[in-house]
Design a protein around this ligand. Structure first.
Ligand SMILES: Cc1cc2nc3c(=O)[nH]c(=O)nc-3n(C[C@H](O)[C@H](O)[C@H](O)COP(=O)(O)O)c2cc1C
Length: 361
């Protein structure tokens, strides 16, 4: 089933394999995509759908070193290299919009950018910077109503630029403890105004961003990724998390979004997303449903056969196997990913993973 085609709203996908979003920190010049990144994505264009690495819609959201943005014309030109290269190989590609919010360090931000989040609480843990190595996260300023309106606008504008750059759509990163999940998560969002304080208040930012981007480029081109029960960046489960996300999925469904993408971090040690919650989210969202987290070929086939999802996303396997689709078709063994080069600049551990024919020769 994994290798069968699938129609997702406006998208005709050659198979049900999704390349999951992965930050790779190769945008070495001014957070702008480049030819090396185009080569990396083109190598993986056999995926039914590629979701790019997290990309900031704002200078304020560039929390990690060397991640790309999409808010100026140079970045549009850079991303155009990527979309053209993927489309030339018959692939489909959506841009993941990731605003890092409080998960940041000022040394990673361009001049004039600000550290913002729903609340003023500093994210526990450390952030890598090229200039000073690991540093505690920088202290965020609690966003005002004007800051929130501005951020929503930045997402909508970036969505427009994504279409200008040739993307087939966007994915809103509402997972892994970045800005949208910072609003969703009761352990992070300490607001008592209309942007927090209740399940509906905490869901509001995600929904307003979804609405604004859908209005900008069409709902059928806006997907969204959630990771309830994830613990990354000091999030974690909270009282009534199932009910809150259930209500969110109902409202996202009403907007007619491209897809709902749910990431379960249990393969890397976090508590699992309860099976009943996944099934509930799938029922609540009337549209394509993607599952991610710890899949191999056999477990992906099982999940599709059991109708747990329409599409399955693979991250680390895709990182290390540009020809993952062919390897799955042939039952070929997989290369192992090298964590030491996940985020280092240059082609090593990026565009030099061997393909099967190269392995055999
Ligand atoms: C190097 C690396 C970078 C990642 N960056 C992102 C990211 O930018 N956005 C995101 O939503 N998830 C990101 N993830 C999470 C993956 O998309 C994926 O959900 C996770 O690795 C579990 O899938 P897997 O078991 O197939 O690797 C990243 C994972 C890895 C390994």
């Amino acid at each position: 089933m994994l290798l069968e085609p699938f129609v997702a709203r406006s998208l005709r996908l050659a198979n049900r394999i999704v390349m999951a979003p992965m930050t790779r920190s190769r945008a070495v010049q001014s957070n702008t995509p480049n030819a090396l990144m185009a080569e990396y994505y083109a190598q993986r264009a056999d995926a039914g759908l590629i979701v790019t690495e997290g990309t900031s819609p704002s200078p304020n959201g560039l929390g990690y070193a060397r991640i790309p943005g999409l808010y100026n014309s140079a970045q549009v030109r850079g991303w155009r290299l990527v979309t053209d290269a993927v489309h030339a190989r018959g692939g489909r590609i959506v841009l993941q919009l990731m605003h890092t919010g409080r998960v940041t360090h000022v040394a990673n931000l361009p001049a004039g950018a600000q550290v913002v989040g729903p609340s003023a609480a500093v994210c526990p843990g450390q952030m890598y910077t090229d200039a000073h190595g690991l540093q505690p996260h920088s202290a965020p300023r609690a966003m005002t109503d004007a800051d929130i309106a501005h951020a929503i606008d930045e997402y909508a504008q970036s969505a427009r630029l994504a279409i200008e750059a040739g993307f087939d759509g966007i994915e809103l990163h509402a997972a892994n403890g970045y800005l949208i999940e910072q609003f969703l998560n009761a352990n992070v969002n300490q607001r008592s105004d209309a942007w927090g304080g209740s399940p509906a208040g905490r869901n509001r930012f995600a929904l307003e961003v979804a609405r604004a981007t859908a209005q900008a480029i069409g709902a059928e081109r806006v997907g969204i990724r959630l990771s309830p029960y994830g613990v990354f960046n000091a999030t974690g489960a909270f009282a009534d998390v199932d009910a809150q996300y259930g209500a969110l999925a109902v409202e996202l469904s009403a907007l007619g979004l491209l897809y709902l993408h749910v990431l379960d971090h249990s393969a890397t040690g976090a508590p699992p997303v309860p099976a009943a919650m996944k099934a509930g989210l799938r029922r609540a969202f009337d549209g394509p449903f993607i599952l991610a987290g710890g899949f191999d070929f056999a477990s992906a086939e099982t999940a599709l056969r059991e109708k747990q999802a329409d599409l399955i996303a693979f991250a680390r396997a895709y990182l290390a196997n540009p020809d993952l689709v062919q390897r799955m078709r042939d039952g070929a063994p997989l290369n192992s990913p090298d964590p030491a080069t996940f985020y280092t600049p240059g082609p090593k551990g990026y565009t030099d993973y061997p393909v099967v024919s190269a392995v055999a020769s």
